[in-house]
Design a protein around this ligand. Sequence first.
Ligand code: PLP
Length: 456
Amino acid sequence: MANPGNSASSRDVATLLHPQTNFRAHEKQGAVVIARGEGVRVFDEDGKDYIEGMAGLWCASLGFSEKRLADAATRQLNTLPYYHIYNHKSHDPGIELAERLLALMPVPMSKVFFANSGSEANDTVIRLVWYYNNALGRPKKKKFVSRQRAFHGSTLMAGSLTGLPALHREFDLPLGGVVHTDCPHHYRGALPGESEEDFATRLAENLEKLIIAEGGAETCAAFIAEPVMGAGGVVVPPRTYFEKIQKVVKKYDMLMVADEVICGFGRTGNMFGSETFGIQPDILVVAKGLSSAYLPISGIAISDPVYQAIADNSAKVGMFGHGFTYSAHPVAAAVAVETLRIYEERDILTHIRAVAPVLQDGLRRFADHPLVGEVRGVGLVGAIELVRDKATKEAFRPDERIGPRVAKAAETHGLIIRAMGDSIGFSPPLIITADEIDQMLARFRKGLDEVWAEMG
Ligand code: PLP
C-alpha cells in the first residue's frame, strides 16, 4: 500500500487551494483523486468508477474519452501550437470556429470574440457594453441588471453579476454598477396560489420598478440571464417569464445578454436555451460545451448594431483596447471546431431529445420521497430540492448540510453529483444513454435512502 503520508490526497492537501471549497473541511476529508475517464464515467486512483452526473462542471458534453478531440488537439499542436489574433493576424481554427458558431446562433449575430473562460467572457461583455454606450454618446448608460442566485463567474465583475451570497461575502462584492432582481424560482418565490404566469408577470413588474429606481433607460444598459440558472440550483424559468422580462428590457432600450455557458449546445433540448425559452439576445455567451471542456475556450457573439457601434468607436479611439494572449487559441479553437463537427455529425440534438424524457421522468419519480420538496429540470439538466417538510416546504438548516450529505452518500455508491445547498443537480454528459441514466438514478436512490435512514 502506498505510504499514506505520500498519497496523492495528502500531497493535494499540502499544496493545492481548491475553488469554492471550505479549506478546513478539505484538510480533514482530503481529495478524491480522479485518474482517468471513459464515456460518462471517471475512475479514481483506486480504480473505483463513478458516473459523472454533472459532466464535471456542466461541461464535458462528449464525456471523458472522445478520441477525436484528442486527435484534433494533437494535429493542431503539431501544426501551429500557438498564435494570437492581435495586430491583424489570424489563423484558420479561429476563423472556422467563428464561422461555425455564427451559423449556429439562434438569432442573427455579426461577430464573435474569444476568451478562455465563462468569467472572462462575461467580464468582456461588461467592457463591450460600456464601450458600446460610450460610442453611442450615452456615457451614463452603464448599469447591469442581473438576478439573485445567478452565476456568471468569479472574476471581479463576473462575480459581481453573480447573485450568490457565498461568492460575495468577505470579498467586498458586488462592485458598483450591478444590481440584482428576483430569482425566477416559482417553488420558492411564488405567493400562495400564484400561477407560473402570474409569478412571471410580477417579476417583470418588479424588474421594471428596479430599472426605474436605478435611473431608467438613461442609466440601465443591459440585462443578463442564464436561460436555466445553473449553479443557483437549476432554476427553470416559469412559463411566459422571458417573454415578459424581454419586453421590459426592450422598453428601456437595454441589451439582452444570454449567458449560455451551461445551456449552450443542447443542454436544454435545443441548441441554445434562448430557443427553448424564446429569448432574443443582443449578446450571447458560450463556454464549457463549446469545446466539451477538453480545452478552455469561451466566446461572445454580438449583434450587428452592437458591432457597428463598437467598430466606429475603435476607429475613433484607435483600437478596441481589450483582449487576451489566448483569445482564439488555435489548439482550443481546433478542439472546439471538432466538438461542433461531432455535435452535427452525430446529431446530438436528436440524441438529447430521445434520452431527456428518461432523465426527466426518472427524476420526477423521486417526487414522493419523504425528503424531496421539488423536482425540476428540462432537457438533460435537472435538480431535486430536499426539504424537511414537504407540505410547508420548510428547508433544512444550512448547518445540517443535508444536500452535501446526500451527494457524499451517492458518491460512495459511484455517482458524482453536485449539492447546491439542498438542491442536488444533475447535468450528465450529453452522450449519456437511457441505460446509463437509469444506473445514475439507481445510484442516487441508494445515497438518498441511506441519508433518510440515518435521519430515522
Ligand atoms: N456563466 C455560467 C452560466 C456558468 O455556469 C459559469 C461557470 O459555471 C460561468 C459563467 C463561469 O465560467 P468559468 O468558470 O469558465 O469562468
